[in-house]
Design a protein around this ligand. Structure first.
Ligand code: PEP
Ligand code: MG
Length: 754
């Protein structure tokens, strides 16, 4: 096969012309395969389209029998083409018929062909087809040929993705109607929203794929790379000094990747082959994403994430601005693969109607920000960014966890009706705002707010909360690129206390690690981060950092009351060590400033089952205990809270978990430890009903949950319900959740529908 760069450029030029020409899709695809075959001196060139369940359908061919088009269908695991699709990477094989995965299809007449090269056709990290070339002779295709075919596959992706595999009969292939699609996601912030899609990741439109003037493109690319490297070097210079060894290593790796000559060379090569600078970076990004989809090794995944990040940064620089999409549409929904909390905060005042994220795991910080902003948000939506085009209309149903893409009129009408209903409900909750959360028979429950940003505090009064039951201090660390100084911390804590205006605030000390990964303080890679070096374990091993925070808390309180609790305590010694540090900081501050908190309360979070059996030792030292159901339940049920397939599998409303909590409540009463709960479960009215029935008198939740939980409590006749509840817990009958719903109905407890 004669192959060289000018030939590739020629091919790109011809492809560019073909793309610009009008014409039927079928004849365009036929021309494309002919062109590739002749330029690459291949005997065969074929395009396969991936259909539902992974079936691969022959879409166009030069060299195989024309009758096979539309008829040859390979199952997901069949043949070399299937293997390319599965691996999402190119495969060059010298003698295809001898390969164990080879599948013989007589209708294609392919027996005389030996050499095989297949590359995936990728869109948004998803394999949507396979492009192949074959030759009669036995030979191995070289790297440059593989690169060329990959580049062509990228150009073809835009056409192939729009073809409807259901209509591959004779005549022109049909373009897939861009009609309604419904996708499922996880609710990160409840609500309903309607608006046009604004894609967060830079998009390279097909029209911009080809270089106008190759020299100009090469120069643009070089300049962009210089700009990118300089910005990362600057970042290192500012942050590097403040960092410990591990984070510096991580940042250094990132910097090295940005300076990697082979990455730059690969990008330049794309330009030399006729691509625009943007398209060349986009090609690299597709490869990184595709590899990310299949990579299991956490280290490799991190590097691929870094590379994708660099690709995106470079595209933004090439785009001439910081590349953040501007929200100019009145109704916009932000659509992103991944979104960091800081990135999301930049949209705080943009009037977004919804936020959609493809990834579930990395998004939990962003989810907390989304909740603080009160924007309906769904996460963990597979294939999100490949199914939505810029400007598509979307209905974000963050009540049911469903996204409607390009909704029809009937869906839109149903949505409007739901919005009206929701406003009625919200108005009813607002009317309860100044009323106490008191049961019919006089038991009062304190409903507190979970917060992590001072923005959250703005919700204190409108939600009718009694105070802040959980202030996640690590959030300040997560949203900033550099480590917050002690002054920064004091400023935030003071602002929080000011905004709380005398209502109690429980500051939870730094809870980093697990899913809360700090870019500036990257923890070591771990097999099981949730079980790893995190939270109080990490804090106690980084005393400088921890003491600075404790000092900031004491300083912020001045002569006012201060309440602090420690997360993820597993054994009493951890609590005592942390408590001693806090007490020392109180003395230290008192000596120097003459100020000490008028009242100091120190509590502990119950997040590991082990601690439940150490409450006796905590008596007299821990004033209160707050059950962190998010972590506690993941350890109790051995189900990772960040893994979508298991995170919702087990229910707190289940006898084993509730009996455990009942024992904890009894022990707290026995040892004089005040009991409360925070974590997501408190925000569900049904779970809150269980907590109240178990004797919890203090629940902390996100702002949106306070209304429904208060309504539930105000409808409850506690003593009558409690007796039936405890009897059912003792002797459950069938699904406990259903039994509980039956009991609630019987006692006329008001729960939100659904
Ligand atoms: C919890 O684990 O329940 C909790 C409140 O802490 P976080 O969600 O911040 O881990
Ligand atoms: Mg926790």
């Amino acid at each position: 096969m004669a192959y060289n760069l000018p030939a590739t450029r020629l091919l790109m030029n011809r492809l560019r012309q073909m793309m610009a020409e009008d014409g039927e899709t079928r004849s365009r695809l036929d021309s494309v395969v002919q062109l590739i075959a002749s330029t690459m001196v291949a005997d065969v060139c074929s395009i396969y389209l991936r259909h539902r369940g992974g079936t691969l359908i022959l879409l166009a061919t030069e060299g195989l029998k024309p009758e096979a088009v539309g008829n040859t269908r390979l199952s997901a695991n069949e043949g070399l083409v299937g293997l390319v699709a599965r691996r999402a990477e190119p495969m060059a094989i010298q003698d295809a018929p001898r390969h164990p995965a080879f599948s013989y299809r007589p209708e294609t007449g392919e027996d005389p062909f030996h050499a095989f090269l297949g590359v995936p056709v990728l869109r948004g990290g998803r394999v949507i087809g396979v492009l192949t070339v074959q030759n009669r002779t036995e030979r191995l295709y070289g790297d440059e040929e593989i690169d060329t075919l990959q580049t062509i596959a990228m150009v073809l992706a835009e056409i192939v993705d729009r073809i409807d595999p259901e209509h591959l009969g004779s005549g022109d292939v049909q373009r897939r109607a861009r009609n309604l699609a419904t996708l499922k996601g996880r609710v990160f912030c409840e609500g309903l929203g309607y608006g046009r899609a604004v894609l967060y990741d830079p998009v390279v439109p097909a029209a911009k794929f080809f270089a106008g003037d190759q020299e100009i493109e090469a120069r643009r690319l070089t300049q962009a790379l210089v700009g990118l490297r300089a910005s990362i070097d600057r970042m290192m210079a500012i942050d590097g000094a403040a960092l410990g060894e591990d984070p510096r290593d991580v940042m250094e790796t990132y910097r090295l990747l940005a300076h990697d000559p082979s990455w730059a060379e690969k990008l330049q090569e794309g330009v030399r082959s006729g691509l625009s600078a943007e398209a060349s970076v986009d090609r690299a990004r597709r490869e990184h994403r595709a590899r990310l989809q299949s990579a299991r090794d956490p280290y490799l995944r991190e590097r691929l994430h870094d590379l994708e990040d660099l690709d995106n940064r470079l595209l933004r620089i090439l785009g001439g601005d910081e590349g953040k999409p501007q929200i100019s549409e009145e109704r916009s929904v932000l659509v992103a693969r991944r979104l960091g909390p800081a990135e999301l905060l930049e949209y705080a005042n943009a009037g977004l109607r919804g936020i959609l994220m493809e990834e579930a795991a990395a998004s939990s910080h962003a989810a907390i920000v989304a909740r603080a902003l009160g924007i309906p948000t769904l996460g963990g939506i597979e294939g999100l960014t490949t199914r939505i085009d810029q400007g598509d209309w979307l209905i974000v149903d963050a009540e049911e966890g469903v996204l409607h893409v390009r909704p029809d009129d009937s869906l839109y009408d149903a949505y409007k009706a739901r919005v009206a209903l929701r406003s009625e409900r919200q108005a009813a909750y607002a009317a309860l705002r100044d009323l106490p959360a008191k049961t019919k028979d006089g038991h009062t429950v304190r409903l507190m707010l979970n917060a992590g940003l001072d923005l959250d505090l703005d919700m204190l009064a409108p939600a009718g909360a009694d105070g802040v039951g959980l202030f996640r201090t690590e959030f300040q660390f997560l949203v900033s690129e550099t480590l917050p100084s002690m002054e920064d911390q004091i400023t935030l804590y003071r602002r929080v206390l000011d905004k709380a205006a005398g209502k109690p605030v429980i500051f939870r000390t730094l809870d980093l690690g697990g899913d809360k990964v700090l870019p500036a303080l990257n923890l070591q890679r771990e097999e099981n981060p949730a079980l790893g070096w995190r939270s109080i374990r990490f804090a106690l091993d980084h005393k400088g950092l921890f003491r600075r925070q404790l000092r900031a808390l004491v300083r912020a309180a001045g002569n006012n009351p201060l309440t602090v609790m420690f997360p993820m305590v597993t054994v009493p010694e951890e609590f005592f060590e942390a408590r001693d540090l806090l007490l020392k900081e109180v003395e230290w501050t008192a000596e120097r400033t003459g100020k000490r908190p008028s009242k100091l309360e120190i509590g502990v979070m119950l997040e590991t089952p082990a601690l439940a059996y150490s409450l006796k030792e905590l008596a007299g030292a821990a004033e209160f205990l707050s059950v962190g159901t998010n972590d506690l339940m993941q350890f109790f049920y051995a189900a990772d809270r960040m893994t979508p397939h298991v995170s919702d599998r087990y229910d707190l409303v289940f006898p084993s978990a509730l009996r455990f909590l009942k024992d904890v409540a009894e022990d707290c009463a026995r040892y004089g430890i005040r009991l409360s709960a925070c974590g997501e479960a408190t925000g569900s009215a049904l779970s809150a009903l269980c907590f109240v029935a178990l004797g919890f008198t203090n629940l902390s939740m996100s702002a949106g949950s306070i209304g429904p939980v208060k309504r539930m409590i105000r409808s409850l006749d506690m003593s009558a319900f409690q007796a039936d509840f405890l009897a059912a817990l003792d002797a459950p009958n069938g699904s406990f959740r259903n039994q509980l719903l039956g009991l609630a109905a019987q006692h006329a407890v008001e729960l939100p529908e659904g």
